[in-house]
Design a protein around this ligand. Structure first.
Ligand code: GDP
Ligand code: MG
Length: 702
C-alpha cells in the first residue's frame, strides 16, 4: 500500500469502559498528553499502526454519558464531533462500551450514530463474558444497529486486530441514522426543521438548537434561524425528554433480541467486598492501614535509589570541576547546572513509587470506594471525595497533585483542593526536616518504643495535613466561587490492575513532574548559583581580603571551604540575607539562615545545601555528620548561646511546614487556574501564616 494520510480516530465512551486502556493498546508509547486550548482537561493523542503502511492518529476523548453537555468534558466531546472544521474532527468514531453497562453505553452510541459520521461499536471487557454471565448475539446486534460491532478486550489484547481492520476500512461503514427521532416526537416540527437546514443532518441541526451557544461553521442565515428556534424553551425541553425516552425504548427492544445476562453469576464477590471496604468503621481503618503501608514502602524503597542519585551527581560535579578548565563556564556547569538537574532527578523515585501505588489502587477499583467513603468528610472542608487522590499525591510533590485535581468536576472544589495541596508535606521538605530534627530533638524513645525524632516527623506530616483541611474549611466559607457539585461516582468492578495502564500512568505523572518542575528548578538553580558566586564590588576582592585577613590572624590560607563561606557572605545572596535579618530576627533566625530562606523560596530542598556552604562544609557524604556538627556548634552572635536550639529549630520547622516555598508549584497553579490571582494568594497567604506561626512558636518556646 502506498503512503496514506493517517486516519483520524476518536475514542468516545462512558467513563471506565476502557477507552484509555484501548488507547494504550493501540498507540503504545506513541502518545502525548496535552491540554485542550484554554482549559485544563487532558487531551491525549497518539499514533497507531493499523496495518503495514496504514497509520491512524487516535484521540482519547474525555469520558461522557451522553452528548448533552453538562460539564466541560462533555462539551469537548460534542464540539469535537459536531463541528467539521474542528481540528480533531474524526474520520471514524469508535464508541467504547463494556459488556456490563451496555444499555447506558448504547444511549451514547445511539446519539453518536445519528451524527452520521462512520461509527464503530467496540464492546470491551470480552474476557469477562463468562464471569459476568453475559451472552451477546453479535451478528444480530450488527444488523439491529446497522453498524460494525467488535467484541474486544483492551486488557487481554483480544479483538484488537479485528478492530484495526474495521477502522482501516471505515469508508465501508453504514452512516445512516439509527433513531430517526423526528417521526416519534413531532413529525411536522421536525420536517420543517429539516427543510430549514438543508445542509445539516437533522440531528445536527437539533443539537445546535438544543445544546450549543456557539455556531462555528454556520452562515448568518442559519444562525439567526437557530436563534429563533431556541426561543421556545419549554417545547425544546419536552422534546429532548421525549428523545431520550424514545432512544431507550429502541435500545431496550434491540437488547431484548441480542443480549442476555445471568445475574446470579455476577456481583456476589463485589457486593461482599463493597460492604467491608465502605463500612462505616472498617472502611476507614482499612484505608488508613493501606496508606500507612504505602508511605512506609515509599520511604524504604525510595531511599536506596535516592542515595545513589545523590552520590552520582555529587561525583559528576566534582569530576567536571576537575576535568574542565577552570573558569566561569565550568563553575556554571559544575555548581549550577549539574546540581540543578540532580535536584530534579532525586525526586523521581518517590514520585514514581507513589504513583505506582496510586494507580494500582485506581486500577483495582478500590479508589472509587475511597472517594465514596471520604466524600462526606471532605465536603465539610469544601472539597470532594475526589480530592483524596490529589492530597495523597501531594506527599510526593505538589505538581502532579495539583494536576490530579483535574478529575474534580466542581470548579470550587477543584480550586480549594489546588489551594490547599501545598500544605501537604512534600518530599522536598524531608531533607530540611531531617537535618533540623536531628539537631534539636534528642534521640530518646517514648514509652520505650517510639523514637522521639520519628514522632516529631509524624507530627509535622499531620500538621501539614490538618492545615490543608483547616484552610479548606476557611476557603469553603469565604470563597464566592460558583460551582455546583453533583456527586456522581462510578463504582467500577474490582479488577486486577493492568500492568500496561499502571506503567503508563507512572510514566505520565513522572513526566509531568520533570517537565513541570524541572525547567523551573533548573532555571532557579542557575540564578541562585549566579547570585551566590557574584556580588557587589567588594566581592571580586573577596579572595584577596580573605587571604589577607587570614594571614594577619596567622591562619592557614589553604582553606577552600572557609573561603567559599566567606565568598557566600559577600555575594549578592549574602547581602540579601543580611538585608532581611531584621525581619526574621523575631522568628529567631540570623542572616545565615536568611540566606538559606531566600534560596529556598525557589525550592525548599536548597536549604540544606545552602547551609552546608555557608557553614563551610563540603558536600561529600562522609562529611554529612560534619554539617550537623557545624550547625550544632553555631553560636548566636547576640546571646552567645547555641543558635540551633529548640525554639529556633521548631520555629524553622513550622516555617517550612507552612510557607509556599516552591516556584514550580506556583507556576503550575497559575496554569491550572488560568490566573495569577490564586498562586499569589498562596504565596502571600501561606507566607503570612508561616511567619505568624513561627513567631508564636519561637516566642512560646524561648
Ligand atoms: P476509561 O475511563 O474509559 O479510560 O477506562 P480505563 O481504560 O481507565 O479502564 C477502566 C478500568 O477497566 C481499568 O481498571 C482497566 O484496567 C479495566 N479494563 C480495561 N479494559 C479491560 C478489559 O478488556 N478487561 C477487563 N477485565 N478490564 C479492563
Ligand atoms: Mg480514561
Amino acid at each position: 500500500m502506498s503512503e496514506h494520510k493517517a486516519i483520524k480516530v476518536a475514542l468516545v465512551g462512558n467513563p471506565n469502559t476502557g477507552k484509555t486502556s484501548l488507547f494504550n493498546q493501540l498507540t503504545g508509547l506513541n502518545q502525548k498528553v496535552g491540554n485542550y486550548p484554554g482549559i485544563t482537561v487532558d487531551k491525549k493523542v497518539g499514533k497507531a499502526t493499523l496495518s503495514e503502511g496504514c497509520q491512524a492518529s487516535v484521540i482519547d476523548l474525555p469520558g461522557t454519558y451522553s452528548i448533552n453537555p453538562t460539564s466541560v468534558d462533555e462539551n469537548i466531546v460534542l464540539q469535537t464531533l459536531l463541528i467539521k472544521e474542528h481540528k480533531d474532527f474524526p474520520d471514524v468514531i469508535v464508541v467504547v462500551a463494556d459488556i456490563e453497562n451496555i444499555k447506558r453505553n448504547l444511549l451514547l452510541y445511539s446519539q453518536i450514530k445519528d451524527l452520521q459520521i462512520p461509527t464503530i461499536l467496540a464492546i470491551n471487557m470480552a474476557d469477562q463474558l463468562d464471569k459476568k454471565g453475559v451472552e451477546i448475539d453479535l451478528e444480530q446486534l450488527k444488523t439491529e444497529l446497522k453498524s460494525e460491532v467488535v467484541l474486544i478486550s483492551a486488557r487481554k489484547n483480544l479483538g484488537i486486530d479485528k478492530l484495526k481492520e474495521v477502522i482501516e476500512n471505515y469508508k465501508d461503514l453504514d452512516t445512516s441514522a439509527l433513531a430517526h427521532i423526528s417521526g416519534k416526537i413531532d413529525k411536522p416540527y421536525f420536517d420543517e426543521l429539516k427543510q430549514s437546514f438543508p445542509k445539516l443532518s437533522l440531528y445536527k441541526a437539533w443539537l445546535y438548537i438544543t445544546q450549543l451557544d456557539e455556531y462555528n461553521g454556520l452562515d448568518d442565515k442559519e444562525v439567526s434561524l437557530i436563534r429563533s428556534y431556541k426561543k421556545d424553551k419549554s417545547k425544546l425541553k419536552k422534546y429532548q425528554h421525549k428523545e431520550t425516552i424514545y432512544r431507550y425504548q429502541q435500545i431496550n427492544s434491540i437488547l431484548k433480541k441480542t443480549y442476555k445476562v445471568d445475574k446470579s453469576k455476577a456481583r456476589d464477590l463485589r457486593s461482599k467486598l463493597d460492604k467491608v471496604l465502605t463500612h462505616k468503621i472498617f472502611g476507614y481503618v482499612i484505608f488508613a492501614v493501606i496508606l500507612m503501608m504505602i508511605f512506609q514502602s515509599i520511604f524504604d524503597w525510595a531511599s536506596i535509589p535516592m542515595d545513589y542519585i545523590d552520590a552520582f551527581f555529587a561525583h559528576l560535579s566534582t569530576r567536571t570541576q576537575e576535568i574542565l578548565p577552570e573558569g566561569m563556564l565550568t563553575d556554571l556547569i559544575s555548581q549550577g547546572i549539574i546540581p540543578g538537574i540532580g535536584g530534579i532527578v532525586i525526586f523521581i523515585p518517590q514520585i514514581a513509587i507513589l504513583f505506582l501505588f496510586v494507580s494500582i489502587l485506581e486500577e483495582t477499583g478500590y479508589m472509587s470506594r475511597v472517594v465514596f467513603l471520604m466524600d462526606k468528610i471532605m465536603r465539610r472542608f469544601g472539597m470532594s471525595g475526589k480530592s483524596v487522590v490529589p492530597l495523597i499525591s501531594g506527599t510526593a510533590c505538589a505538581i502532579p497533585a495539583v494536576m490530579a485535581a483535574r478529575n474534580i468536576s466542581s470548579w470550587k472544589e477543584r480550586l480549594i483542593t489546588i489551594m490547599v495541596v501545598p500544605f501537604v508535606t512534600c518530599s522536598a521538605r524531608l531533607p530540611v526536616y531531617a537535618i533540623i530534627i536531628a539537631l534539636i530533638i534528642p534521640q530518646d524513645r517514648v514509652l520505650g518504643v517510639f523514637s522521639l525524632q520519628g514522632l516529631t516527623l509524624l507530627g509535622l506530616y499531620l500538621l501539614g495535613f490538618f492545615m490543608a483541611m483547616i484552610s479548606g474549611y476557611v476557603l469553603h466559607k469565604t470563597l464566592k466561587v460558583e460551582g455546583k457539585s453533583f456527586f456522581l461516582i462510578e463504582m467500577p468492578d474490582y479488577k486486577l490492575p493492568s500492568i500496561k495502564n499502571v506503567f503508563y500512568t507512572v510514566v505520565e505523572k513522572t513526566k509531568a513532574f520533570i517537565f513541570g518542575a524541572g525547567k523551573i528548578i533548573l532555571a532557579i538553580s542557575i540564578i541562585l548559583w549566579f547570585l551566590a558566586s557574584n556580588g557587589p564590588a567588594a566581592f571580586d576582592a573577596a579572595e584577596e581580603n580573605f587571604n589577607k585577613s587570614n594571614i594577619e590572624s596567622g591562619l592557614s590560607v589553604d582553606n577552600n571551604e572557609a573561603l567559599a563561606s566567606y565568598k557566600l557572605e559577600h555575594s549578592y545572596i549574602g547581602v540579601m540575607g543580611k538585608a532581611i535579618e531584621p525581619a526574621i530576627r523575631p522568628l529567631g533566625y540570623d542572616w545565615k539562615i536568611g540566606i538559606a530562606l531566600i534560596s529556598s523560596f525557589a525550592a525548599r530542598e536548597v536549604f540544606v545545601g545552602t547551609l552546608a556552604t555557608i557553614y563551610s562544609v563540603g558536600n561529600d557524604d562522609e562529611e554529612n555528620t560534619t554539617i550537623k556538627q557545624r550547625m550544632a556548634e553555631e553560636v548566636n552572635e547576640i546571646t552567645g548561646e547555641k543558635l540551633f536550639n529548640i525554639p529556633v529549630g521548631m520555629s524553622l520547622l513550622i516555617f517550612y511546614a507552612f510557607a509556599m516555598q516552591c516556584a514550580s508549584t506556583l507556576a503550575i497553579v497559575k496554569r491550572e487556574t488560568n490566573s495569577w490571582k490564586w498562586p499569589m494568594i498562596q504565596l502571600f497567604g501561606m507566607g503570612l501564616i508561616a511567619y505568624i506561626a513561627s513567631f508564636i512558636t519561637f516566642n512560646l518556646l524561648s
